[in-house]
Write a new protein. Structure first.
Length: 74
């Protein structure tokens, strides 16, 4: 069922890997939601994620996380 959102934004929980993580994704780490603000590519397919809070997380190529992704629906 689709709900109407007045802002035109659509949020969904998706499974992400280091290959498809994006800026703006919200990942829950240690019970705290953390929004990705920057990404750095590392060797062997890994990425270092930087969050709004200033913290960083290294996501290896085989890591799978659940994220909340907000997209604009036109």
């Amino acid at each position: 069922m689709k709900g109407w959102t007045p802002s035109g934004l659509l949020a969904a929980h998706i499974e992400i890997t280091s290959a498809d993580v994006q800026r703006g994704d919200v990942i829950q780490v240690g019970g705290q939601p953390c929004r990705v603000v920057d990404l750095v590519q590392l060797p062997a397919g890994a990425k270092r994620l930087f969050f709004e809070s200033g913290e960083a997380l290294t996501m290896h190529a085989r890591s799978r996380l659940t994220a909340l992704r907000v997209t604009r629906k036109w």
